[in-house]
Write a protein that binds this ligand. Structure first.
Ligand code: 6PG
Length: 242
């Protein structure tokens, strides 16, 4: 697996590093970029630093999509879009037509179809599958990524672009990009922090039989780059065999 692993002393340093990498990469390439973001807490610091960065990006060329969304209105605290809107989108003059949110407030199955069609229309394809330039993912302590949970691992191989999923504990409906779309990205960056992730990270990196329970284990760029930005806590079981 063409993994690249970077371990940082703490969340702050990890967020500084990915912010610098994001800004410098996007400023180098002036072409249109199609990026998919994840929710959860880990990327929050990254988005905050991005909005505070004094190196401004050419936002006209950047299209933001979401890897997944909770089926709630954008005003709900659970909304991934709502969170990113507060810390990043509201602070930058990103053209509204460049923001392609998942409408969590709408009927999930209809919205999954609508969102898939929007992606199909806008995001260039590679091997007849939408090909995002850069996808940011987190990993849950159960090994889920985006909203592909261990009990719905069939979503890894789905032929659809986006599908309805549900949180295995709360039952909350989600809409998620499927594994084939995630793996088709040119660049996949996992951002993982926290002591509670050390076990799942170890299993994924050891690639032992247990790893196959974790959807995150299967998300490896088929023709691009897969990289992991970890803090020391989440990587603490990896020190010896990095
Ligand atoms: C979501 C995310 C999800 C997240 C992981 C990790 O909608 O919750 O897309 O996949 O990345 O649950 O979340 P933390 O970063 O909060 O640990």
């Amino acid at each position: 697996m063409n993994n690249r692993v970077k371990v940082f002393n703490d969340k702050e340093k990890l967020a500084d590093a990915i912010t610098h990498e994001f800004v410098s990469t996007l400023n180098k390439e002036k072409s249109k970029k199609y990026i998919a973001l994840s929710g959860g807490n880990t990327p929050l610091l990254f988005f905050k630093k991005l909005s505070e960065s004094d190196i401004k990006l050419e936002w006209n060329n950047i299209h933001f999509f979401w890897c997944d969304e909770r089926c709630v209105p954008p005003s709900d605290n659970e909304s991934n879009y709502g969170m990113i809107k507060k810390v990043l989108l509201d602070n930058e003059n990103i053209p509204v037509e460049n923001i392609h949110r998942i409408k969590g407030e709408d009927e999930p199955f209809e919205e999954a179809k609508r969102y898939s069609a929007e992606i199909n229309r806008i995001v260039p394809s590679y091997n007849n599958i939408p090909c995002f330039d850069w996808i940011f993912l987190g990993v849950g302590d159960d090994g889920h990524t985006a909203s592909i949970f261990p009990d719905q691992i069939h979503l890894i191989k789905s032929q659809k672009i986006a599908q309805v999923a549900h949180h295995p504990v709360t039952g909350q409906k989600r809409i998620t990009l499927t594994g084939n779309v995630l793996k088709n990205a040119r660049r996949i960056t996992f951002l993982v922090t926290g002591e509670n992730k050390k076990k799942v990270i170890k299993k994924i990196f050891d690639e032992d039989s247990g790893a196959k329970m974790y959807p995150a284990y299967f998300i490896k760029a088929l023709h691009g780059k897969t990289e992991w930005y970890l803090d020391k806590d989440s990587a603490s079981f990896l020190e010896n065999n990095l």
